[in-house]
Design a protein around this ligand. Structure first.
Ligand SMILES: Nc1ncnc2c1ncn2[C@@H]1O[C@H](COP(=O)(O)OP(=O)(O)OP(=O)(O)O)[C@@H](O)[C@H]1O
Ligand SMILES: [Mg+2]
Length: 381
């Protein structure tokens, strides 16, 4: 990384309203030069609107957009050092791949385009396909042409709006790695919009999780996954289990909580809720952090683990793991993912079990939130 900041994207108080509806609430955000940044959120949360304000395709209702030191808020799109790749990449059907990529150069009156277009096609690994027409390429190849066509203008920032949305899952996965490689190679700032949490986590250095026109949390993929600060983020990025618990006392750096007659430990540093005695906290733990044993083996669980009891309600074998749903007095549908190493044939629906996990893997959230925020159940309502 260099000290060059000309590819920084800085949004200050940027907002967009349509009549009385607020699509994007005042937003402050800095995307550092050379980073791969993802805007992640459900349909309608304001991702495209935010991206279009950076591109200059949408006029903000308030706030400013800076690219590097330059205030570009009043500049039209073509005067901004920014290019956009959309989901429908709309290549020119009558032009071959070479000419599609050369388009931006030709429009600027540049005559000798061969070397630049050739380099760009090599970058996206389509050197062999230069004389084909778009309809003779696969979806993923067409997508790479669209990226090459945008990059040939040497933008400081590339904006990508669900660029892989039209591809099937396997191709999407390939293209995610491919785009990441291209970004690393060209080293410019990428701002990538997606509603797919795996896609955001695989590709981006930093992810901003958006919800209803606001950024709920911003961080590295691991930070967001391990330390969500809201139930929305906890549920939107993977699956989380929640237990409503009451603060009992402190024990060193840990908070001791009461839930369903038992005690749970939570590292104080991982709790974003107040921890006054008697207060309520939502205790969260991810399904893959939990071990599951038949109730009769409860005595073998090491000291110091968090534990709850329950009965297996459902189990599904999905190859690399078995996913259990456990009905527990503290949570009716606790999810546990067990890696398939030695499968215990006693762990079947109806079995009484004990769940246990390392307290370090527990996080604590403010209990006034909706436990289902950001889940698919919520999205259906
Ligand atoms: N021109 C417009 N007039 C009125 N409302 C609009 C307009 N454009 C967008 N909206 C509204 O603003 C909100 C945010 O839209 P936006 O396109 O930014 O969502 P998004 O996060 O990109 O969603 P998706 O994942 O479905 O593409 C939506 O509720 C949308 O209906
Ligand atoms: Mg959109």
């Amino acid at each position: 990384m260099t000290n060059d900041t000309s590819g920084d994207v800085r949004l200050s108080g940027i907002a967009k309203t349509y009549g009385s509806f607020t699509a994007v609430h005042p937003l402050d955000l800095t995307v550092p030069q050379g980073s791969f940044f993802a805007l992640l959120g459900a349909s309608g949360c304001g991702k495209t609107t935010t991206l279009r304000m950076i591109a200059g395709l949408e006029e903000p209702s308030a706030g400013t957009v800076h690219l590097g030191d330059q205030d570009v808020t009043a500049l039209p799109p073509y005067k901004r050092p920014v290019n956009t790749v959309f989901q429908s990449y709309a290549l020119f059907p009558h032009l071959d791949i070479f000419e599609n990529v050369a388009f931006g150069l030709r429009r600027r009156g540049i005559k000798s385009v061969k070397k630049q277009v050739g380099d760009m096609l090599d970058l996206v690994q389509l050197g062999e396909q230069a004389r084909k027409k778009p309809h003779q390429l696969s979806g993923g190849q067409q997508q790479r042409v669209a990226v090459a066509r945008a990059l040939i203008n040497h933008p400081k920032v590339l904006l990508l709006d669900e660029p892989l949305g039209a591809l099937d899952l396997k191709l999407r996965r390939q293209m995610q790695l491919e785009l990441k490689r291209i970004q690393t190679e060209v080293g410019i700032t990428f701002v990538h919009v997606t509603h797919d949490q795996e896609e955001a986590m695989t590709m981006a250095d930093t992810v901003a999780v958006m919800n209803a026109g606001r950024v709920e949390q911003l961080g590295s993929p691991t930070d967001l996954y391990e330390n969500p600060r809201t139930t929305f983020v906890a549920n939107f990025l993977g699956t989380s289990n929640f237990i409503e618990a009451e603060v009992d006392s402190k024990s060193g750096d840990d908070v001791v909580l009461k839930a369903g007659g038992g005690k749970l430990l939570l590292p104080g540093a991982r709790c974003s809720a107040p921890t006054t005695t008697g207060g309520k906290v939502l205790v969260g733990v991810r399904p893959e952090k939990i071990s599951l044993v038949p109730a009769e083996e409860a005595g073998e669980i090491p000291e110091g683990r968090n534990r709850i009891t329950g009965r297996i309600a459902d189990s599904s074998f999905i190859g690399v793991s078995t996913q259990y749903v456990v009905d527990s007095p503290v949570c009716p549908d606790f999810e546990v993912y067990a890696q398939n190493i030695d499968r215990d044939t006693r762990l079947v629906p109806g079995a009484e079990v004990v769940l246990h996990w390392n307290p370090a893997h527990t996080f604590g959230l403010d209990a006034s939130q909706d436990i289902d925020a950001g889940t698919e159940e919520e999205a259906v309502v």
